[in-house]
Design a protein around this ligand. Structure first.
Ligand SMILES: [Fe+2]
Ligand SMILES: [Fe+2]
Length: 307
């Protein structure tokens, strides 16, 4: 098995190619163009405006919850930057990517917060307090004591999960302006996913055993980046019931597409250790699929009962 450090060096060329591809593909966009500023008015406090009240929000309860979860997740960028920079380093192509990625991620929180405040969609005091609490607890890479491939595998799935979550939140928001804004954010997340997924595919060629182990560990223990948000479990149930992000979506639209793209299940040249990891992964996927079916059946039955 190649050491983590050697693997990062070996991947540097792939990073450079994908960085160039990313820069050629990513289109510049401006968050301010997506925010309905003329809907906005001053708040109470030094400016003496109108205090926030729940009836000012046009969003449904679940749309609000999902937007808040997504925004708080984006807000924790300083912690993600720290983790990614520690993992990949800040030199060469890796470093250029780390800084570019950070700059792109930075506009997501800006765009969503501006939208929520201009439209009075959320309680601004509660939102600010939630941001303070969440950022103060930070985010740590759950795979920090494992290989750098674990980190690459995690972000491949995580960027896609984030993409789907933004996209579906926009769809259920009932506001075409919000939908349009979140589609732009989701498009950024998609390009991030492609970048990391291409690295993961290259890792499967360089060191199939290590890549399989990393993917198995990450998929079987996956948690959303915002899992540290206060009351995250209750919020994620609400988000799942609304069909914004549930086990079926996680299995069908996040885990399976990445595995398929990197041809994980068809990997050849595995040692018995690699085979073991693949078997563990296959067993987990079967169970995830069964749980997803159970969840959607229960949800449909409840919806039928409620007429
Ligand atoms: Fe983001
Ligand atoms: Fe992203």
């Amino acid at each position: 098995m190649t050491s983590s450090r050697d693997l990062l060096i070996e991947l540097e060329q792939v990073v450079e190619q994908n960085l160039n591809r990313h820069l050629a593909t990513a289109k510049e966009w401006f968050p301010h163009e997506y925010v309905p500023w003329s809907d906005g008015t001053n708040f109470d406090g030094p400016l003496g405006g109108e205090p926030w009240a729940p009836e000012q929000s046009r969003l449904s309860d679940v749309a609000r919850t999902s937007l808040i979860v997504n925004l708080l997740t984006e807000d924790n960028l300083p912690s993600y930057h720290h983790e990614i920079a520690t993992l990949f380093g800040r030199d060469g192509a890796w470093g250029t990517w780390v800084h570019r990625w950070t700059a792109e991620e930075g506009r997501h929180g800006i765009a969503i917060r501006d939208y929520l405040l201009a439209t009075r969609a959320v309680d601004p005091v509660e939102l600010e307090r939630a941001r303070m609490t969440h950022m103060q607890s930070g985010f740590t890479n759950a795979y920090a004591d494992q290989t750098s491939l674990h980190g690459i595998a995690y972000v491949s799935f995580q960027e896609l999960a984030t993409r789907v979550s933004h996209r579906n939140t926009g769809k259920i928001s009932g506001d075409p302006i919000c939908d349009q804004l979140l589609a732009k954010v989701a498009a950024d997340e998609n390009l991030h996913m492609v970048f990391y997924r291409n690295l993961l595919a290259a890792a499967f060629e360089l060191d199939p055993d290590a890549a399989m182990r990393a993917v198995c560990d990450v998929v079987t223990t996956f948690q959303m980046p915002g899992h540290g948000i206060e009351n995250f479990t209750r919020k994620s149930v609400q988000i799942a019931v609304a069909g914004i992000y549930d086990l079926r979506i996680h299995h069908d639209e996040v885990v399976i597409p990445v595995l398929r793209n990197v041809k994980a299940m068809e990997t050849t040249g595995l040692s018995s250790e690699g085979e073991k990891a693949r078997d563990e992964l296959a067993a987990f996927l079967g169970e995830l699929d069964r749980q997803a079916t159970r969840f959607t059946e229960k949800r449909a039955a409840r919806a039928a009962r409620q007429g």
